[in-house]
Write a protein that binds this ligand. Structure first.
Ligand SMILES: [Cu+2]
Length: 88
């Protein structure tokens, strides 16, 4: 019984947590780690994005965002604006 109450209390106190989505974006056009950093920074500026972690070797950015605030299209746009391409 105690466990159920704790679980319910947690669910109520972190409503944002339930909406968090993580996506991996594949990016084309990086030449160096600086490009990766630039893309990461651009994605971080998108409203609702909680974190962005670029991996230059894999050519990916792992993005955690609140899907009630940010849409994948906005992340793609930020990548394009920074001068790189999203690989589908
Ligand atoms: Cu570069």
């Amino acid at each position: 019984m105690k466990k159920i109450i704790v679980a319910a209390a947690l669910a109520l106190s972190f409503p944002a947590l339930a909406k968090q989505t993580t996506t991996t974006v594949k990016v084309k056009g990086w030449h160096c780690a600086g490009c990766a950093q630039e893309t990461e920074d651009a994605i971080k500026k998108v409203k609702g994005v909680k974190s962005a972690t670029a991996d230059f070797d894999k050519h990916t950015v792992v993005v955690a965002y609140d899907d009630s605030q940010a849409k994948p299209g906005q992340i793609d746009k930020a990548v394009k604006k920074a001068g790189y391409k999203v690989e589908k």
